[in-house]
Design a protein around this ligand. Structure first.
Ligand SMILES: Cc1cc2nc3c(=O)[nH]c(=O)nc-3n(C[C@H](O)[C@H](O)[C@H](O)COP(=O)(O)OP(=O)(O)OC[C@H]3O[C@@H](n4cnc5c(N)ncnc54)[C@H](O)[C@@H]3O)c2cc1C
Ligand code: FES
Length: 430
């Protein structure tokens, strides 16, 4: 064999090797691509378009100008149960003054002041609670859906939830409730990008408002709902959600039962056994720039929100709301502080001027409200999540900071004790 022939053989062998390597790589990537396409069936991105924002004709259409200050009276026009257990009840609310409703963003909440019998037998007392609007904007009424809260398991001395049980047991159709205008920073962001809604238990209420809003206006936005409950007895608005999934190609419903009952059938009543978790999301969702909206029990949120960040979801694409004391530090991560970024140099002293007490803050309390209560100082509170304004007090001296921005805007020179912490020596009118 000549040198030239040898060179030709080597060149052919090299070209063959490159071709085989290329073919194998192409096959592998084609498989992944086909798999992704398969999982995206029904979600052709071309169909994403502007929503038709037309709304039904109403005598008094909701308007931005109709926002009101303080409390306004609403009559309960209808009360219906939404689950088999009759633990979740919807209240339909019409203003008694016949003026237009204030418009709202799907996901926002109303704040109620209720006069209830004090369980300690000290007569009636006002309490304040927030409830998410569970219907889309654009109707002649508001709707909230309230879950009855029992006493903590095993407790013999604590009363069941005051507001939820009062609403279920004592508020009837025709009764009047005092309601503050819609508010809150947790709502569906405008745009056409794909959306993943995750609702755990009663955390489904803002998700239903968002879904109804998007789907009823003809939006072709890709929407997913992952809804976790224990079983069919707790499954809220089951028929409504199934009908939405049946009627809208751009909406996918995934219901998870953590402990199905003997009669609950997988594939009929629910889609997955277990909790909504990252494994399920990874198995189900394609690789897309989703926005995630999460509301549910704190255990679910504490697990899921950091898991989404670890998965690589940008923080500005994760929105969440807690229905109680928020144990998570960040709700809108783009402009919030993490615990180690809190700027106070500890310890600082906090003076409660009205109570005549000065106490040292060492940073171990979650909020000024918790700190005050731990030190025997009584402070009014409602939502305990920065939404209702009940815990607002004026600051005589010093400064506070908010690990997450509150939904309620405190007055100048005041702070919301339930979601704030001192940054230096502080004197409060409490
Ligand atoms: C923005 C927002 C939106 C919300 N949306 C909804 C919604 O759409 N639907 C809904 O159902 N809820 C919603 N909530 C929750 C709601 O506001 C109330 O927190 C909930 O109804 C419980 O209130 P309650 O008065 O019934 O219970 P509470 O009286 O506040 O009691 C809560 C629990 O604490 C126990 N308890 C009482 N005293 C003590 C004590 N001394 N020590 C320890 N435990 C005690 C009670 O037994 C009960 O289990 C929302 C909350 C927020 C902040
Ligand atoms: S208790 Fe509602 S804002 Fe603090």
């Amino acid at each position: 064999m000549t040198v030239v022939e040898l060179l030709i053989y080597i060149t052919i062998a090299f070209v063959l090797q490159v071709a085989i390597f290329g073919a194998v790589a192409f096959r592998r990537h084609w498989g992944i691509y086909q798999d992704m396409r398969h999982r995206m069936v029904g979600f052709d991105t071309d169909i994403i378009g502007e929503a038709d924002l037309s709304r039904p004709e109403l005598d008094h259409p909701p308007s931005q100008e109709a926002h009101w200050k303080g409390f306004r009276n609403f009559r309960v026009s209808k009360k219906i149960f939404e689950d088999r257990n009759k633990n979740v009840c919807s209240f339909y609310l019409m203003p008694t003054d016949d003026e237009p409703l204030a418009d709202f963003q799907p996901g926002q909440f109303l704040t109620f002041q209720l006069n209830i019998d004090d369980p300690s037998g000290e007569g009636r007392k006002p309490i304040v609670r927030c409830y998410s609007l569970s219907e889309s904007p654009g109707h002649d009424h508001y709707r909230i859906s309230v879950k009855r809260v029992p006493a903590p398991a095993g407790s013999t001395d604590l009363p069941p939830g005051l507001s939820s049980n009062h609403l279920h047991d004592h508020v009837q159709e025709g009764d009047v409730l005092a309601v503050r205008a819609p508010g809150g920073h947790f709502f569906l962001q405008p745009g056409n990008g794909p959306i993943v809604l995750i609702g755990g238990g009663i955390g489904i209420t803002p998700m239903i408002s968002m879904l109804n809003a998007a789907l009823s206006t003809g939006s072709k936005r890709e929407m997913w709902l992952f809804y976790g409950v224990r079983n069919s007895t707790e499954h809220v608005m089951k028929d409504h959600l199934a009908a939405l999934a049946r009627d809208h190609d751009n909406f996918r419903l995934h219901v998870c039962y953590s402990s199905p009952q003997p009669g609950d059938v997988e594939g009929v009543d629910y889609h997955h056994r277990g909790h909504v978790d990252l494994t399920l999301l990874r198995q189900t969702l394609s690789l897309k720039p989703y926005q995630f909206y999460i509301c549910g029990p704190s255990a679910m949120m504490e697990a899921l929100v950091p898991a989404l960040y670890d998965w690589g979801v940008p923080k500005q694409n994760v929105f969440y709301e807690a229905f109680g004391p928020a144990s998570l530090i960040k709700s809108q991560p783009q402009d919030t502080l993490s615990p180690h970024e809190i700027t106070s140099s500890l310890p600082v002293s906090v003076t409660f001027a009205k109570s005549g007490k000065t106490v040292t803050w060492d940073g171990s309390s979650a909020s000024l409200l918790e700190f005050a209560e731990d030190n025997g100082i009584e402070v009014a509170s409602g939502c305990r999540a920065g939404g209702c304004g009940s815990c607002q007090v004026s600051i005589d001296e010093g400064e506070v900071e908010y690990p997450q921005p509150p939904d309620f805007d405190p007055d100048l020179g005041c702070c919301l004790m339930c979601v704030s912490r001192p940054t230096r020596n502080l004197t409060l009118q409490a």
